[in-house]
Design a protein around this ligand. Structure first.
Ligand code: HEC
Length: 276
């Protein structure tokens, strides 16, 4: 499938150039260099105070606050490192959980904890649009939890049979081309040196690119002042892929994260990062 992709690479580039104004580094080195220098300066200016910190603070408060019909906090939530342990949890997710018998990512695991400990129904959270109600709380929680693992290396276990299965499914989903433009994730994220407008598109099929791409989310997006978790990121990429909207916390999204997270092994997490 990959060799098939590289053969039609030129065709894809042509299509992408017209449709999305993708600039390949091959097009003009000088132009690309000054553009990326400009972007680096812009990022450095922005990094002077990442507003993600506000979400982190709110997330910590939410973690400790008694809420929901059961009026309980999340402090007994087991994110894989034992009940209540937040530090180091983010860099091992998605992983298999014996109580749910499922591989879960950060968001789906949080939904389990919110439902069981606090009585906040997962089905209601799934139905809630991004940037509304409990989804806002979710954004703050993922900001806080990921920040507690900042600088730590990704190390998903990928040992359990279900983890291995999710990795394999995620990998095939990543390369699966479909939809009106016949795009796959790999169309935009499967080769080196791609960019859409001001965004560098890391090659997520490789360790370095997966570290950069997977390891930066949750992230604060300056362009719309929102904090996006990986579930939101994937939802928006499926939109760009012209696929139907994925269900929040669904196995397909967790499988994709498992594939990207395992590929990112050893990369240091910078989440929540600051993005355009
Ligand atoms: C049509 C092109 C396109 C397709 C197809 C696409 N994406 Fe994206 N993706 C983007 C763009 C553009 C960004 C950067 C967006 C931004 O930050 O505003 C991005 C960002 C990302 C990031 C974060 C990268 C970083 O450096 O921060 C990840 C991870 C990601 N996509 C995963 C996926 C996955 C998984 C799929 C398949 C389900 C997919 N993408 C499909 C265009 C695409």
């Amino acid at each position: 499938m990959r060799s098939q992709f590289s053969k039609s690479n030129t065709h894809w580039l042509l299509m992408l150039t017209t449709a999305f104004a993708v600039f390949s580094t091959a097009s003009s080195y000088a132009q690309t260099k000054s553009a990326s220098e400009g972007i680096d300066e812009y990022r450095a200016m922005l990094a002077d105070g990442n507003p993600a910190e506000l979400f982190e603070a709110k997330g910590e408060e939410l973690w400790k606050k008694a809420r929901g019909p059961k009026n309980a906090s999340l402090e007994k939530c087991d994110l894989g490192q034992g009940p209540g342990v937040v530090k180091g949890a983010f860099v091992t997710l998605p992983r298999f959980f014996a109580d749910t018998k499922k591989v879960q990512d950060l968001e789906s695991r949080l939904m389990t904890c919110m439902e069981e400990l606090q009585g906040i129904a997962a089905a209601d959270i799934i139905k809630t649009p991004f940037n509304k109600g409990e989804q806002n709380n979710m954004a703050s929680l993922v900001a806080y939890i990921s920040a507690e693992s900042r600088g730590m290396a990704f190390n998903l276990p990928n040992q359990h049979a279900q983890e291995k299965e999710m990795y394999a499914v995620g990998k095939s989903l990543f390369f699966m081309r479909a939809g009106p433009y016949d795009f796959s994730c790999a169309t935009c994220h499967g080769s080196d040196g791609k960019r859409i407008r001001l965004q560098d598109l890391p090659n997520i099929t490789k360790n370095e690119g997966a570290g950069k791409g997977f390891g930066a989310w949750p992230a604060y997006r300056v362009s719309n002042s929102q904090l996006w978790g990986m579930q939101f990121r994937l939802n928006d990429c499926y939109r760009q892929q012209r696929f139907p909207e994925p269900i929040y916390g669904s196995d397909a999204t967790i499988a994709l994260s498992t594939f990207m997270g395992v590929t990112a092994k050893g990369a240091k997490s910078i989440a929540p990062a600051l993005k355009r």
